[in-house]
Design a protein around this ligand. Structure first.
Ligand code: BES
Ligand code: ZN
Ligand code: ZN
Length: 489
């Protein structure tokens, strides 16, 4: 999707003059901002300004555009950049199949700042994405292909950068979605690594791929234990960004993403119903790949390395058993009590490896537990940590990104549930507080390194479409990752 900016003068007359297949005019709840131009649609009660309500008018007198889309923005006081992102996306999706190829957004006073331009750019690019790569006949033939954002009289020179930022982040999220949506027969650890290599090479990033034999040499017994039940070999992708002048001894951010290309549960097998959804169990890894693309383009001042451990969790004849004890890269021994708690095992080794490679701060994203979905639903990502300062930074970055996060507890008390006499730690913590005990397990491997864990099981996938986004992968938390790196001081 092509997105550009225009600042036609004089201010106030630009909307009428914009030439496009359709122009979006933003109205607020009960504000009746365009009632003088279109009295009938207001008098009939059709145009209300209610959030995400749309009225499409053809051949509106006085407008160069072929159609006018009145877009309801809801209550003025509740309307922010995140709402505008949704509104812009919903407008694009509302116009699908209606023959609108070029679209203009008229942003006037109060909603024409840098954050608004960024929101529209991001919203329309995210909205254009469809999960239909493998459909022979695409359902919607016409879709918006180009968007012009008109910012009234605002001559601010930061607007171009804001548009670029929004574009880069949305395109990166779409890269993550492209990978996450792939079916598990086509996206194996090997093909996921090929996708990561492509992204790295296209963006000038260093790429390393650890195969099974290197993992064995290093002693990644936790990761290898999960992988051994599948005929698909595991892969550990390492994607590195280095700033032009990195201060030595400074921070080095590590992003770690769970890459289980399919999670059957292994010998502790999952029920058949809904198992197909477990193809998204690599959404955290996909988000790291996407984030690295945006980081390469936006060039933060700190080095960032992405780690994506990828496996297929299968119950093959060589699969690990409940009762097995494995030795992880950190040296800690782990008693496997449930082979379906596999994400934490591969992350344990990836986190230890990230520390070995010199990462000073770590953030991981993982579709780790069903328990986080019980706790937070599909609305917020669960945030766990061993470090207040990094968490504050991260929550700030995610707020800027418009990705909802909710802090969860992680007291040492949760460790009681992970104790076993047979090994240093066991891989499940019993029925209660499952998201917390999973995080506690990871904390043992993060050790003293400042670390934030994101449980994205509820937020990485939409079972039903939103007006502004297709069903399927959401691309969360790509934008938060990128902002964290960019805002680093
Ligand atoms: N990939 C799942 C977590 C998951 C479950 C994500 C449901 C999305 C929806 C993870 O590997 C898993 O199976 N976790 C188990 C842990 C349990 C065995 C302690 C779970 O959540 O049930
Ligand atoms: Zn599992
Ligand atoms: Zn899993």
């Amino acid at each position: 999707m092509d997105v550009r900016l225009t600042r036609p003068a004089p201010a106030g007359t630009e909307a009428a003059g914009l030439d496009a297949d359709a122009i979006v005019l933003v109205d607020f709840d009960s504000a009746r901002r365009f009632a003088d131009k279109f009295p009938a649609v207001y008098e009939s009660g059709e145009a209300t300004g209610e959030f995400l309500s749309f009225t499409l008018l053809h051949n509106a007198p006085g407008f160069a555009a072929k159609r006018v889309l009145l877009a309801g923005a809801g209550k003025r006081e509740k309307f922010d950049a995140a709402a505008l992102r949704k509104l812009a996306g919903a407008a694009v999706r509302h116009l699908k199949g209606k023959g609108v190829r070029s679209l203009a957004f008229a942003l006037d006073d109060g909603i024409n700042g840098a954050e608004h331009v960024e929101a529209v750019a991001r919203g329309v690019i995210l909205a254009a994405w469809e999960p239909d790569r493998l459909k022979s006949r695409k359902e919607e033939k016409s879709a918006v292909a180009s968007v012009t954002i008109a910012v009234g009289g605002n001559q601010d020179s930061t607007l171009e950068a804001a548009l670029e930022h929004g574009r880069v982040i949305a395109e990166a999220a779409n890269v993550a979605r492209d990978i996450a949506v792939e079916p598990p027969n086509l996206l194996t650890p090997t093909t996921m690594a090929e996708a990561a290599r492509k992204v790295a090479e296209a963006n000038g990033l260093a790429f390393d791929l650890l195969d099974e034999s290197r993992m064995r040499q290093l002693g990644m017994g936790a990761l290898l234990g999960v992988a051994q039940g599948s005929v698909e070999p595991p892969a550990l992708m390492v994607i590195s960004y280095k700033p032009a002048q990195a201060a030595s001894g400074a921070a080095h951010l590590g992003l770690v993403g769970k890459g289980v290309t399919f999670d059957t549960g292994g010998i502790s097998i999952k029920p058949a119903e809904g198992m197909e959804k477990m193809k998204y169990d690599m959404a955290g890894g996909a988000a790291v790949i996407g984030a690295m693309q945006a980081i390469a383009k936006l060039k933060p001042s700190i080095p960032v390395t992405g780690f994506i451990p990828a496996v297929e969790n299968m119950p093959g004849g060589k699969a690990q058993r409940p009762g097995d004890i494995v030795t992880s890269l950190s040296g800690k021994t782990i008693e496997i009590l449930n082979t379906d708690a596999e994400g934490r095992l591969i992350l344990a080794d990836a986190i230890a490896y990230a520390k070995q490679l010199g990462c000073t701060h770590l953030v991981d994203a993982a579709t780790l537990t069903g328990a986080i979905v019980v706790a937070l639903g599909y609305v917020s990502t669960g945030v766990f940590t061993n470090d207040e300062q990094l968490t504050e930074r991260f929550l700030h970055a995610s707020k800027d990104a418009g990705e909802k996060m909710w802090r969860m507890p992680l007291d040492d008390d949760y460790m009681e549930q992970l104790k076993t006499v047979y090994a240093d730690i066991q891989n499940i913590g019993g029925r209660w507080g499952g998201a917390c005990t999973a995080a506690m397990f990871l904390k043992e491997f993060a050790g003293e390194t400042p670390w934030v864990h994101l449980d994205i099981a509820g937020t990485a996938w939409l079972d039903d479409p939103k007006p502004w986004m297709a069903k399927g992968p959401t691309g969360i938390p790509v934008a938060s990752f990128v902002n964290l790196a960019l805002n680093w001081k």
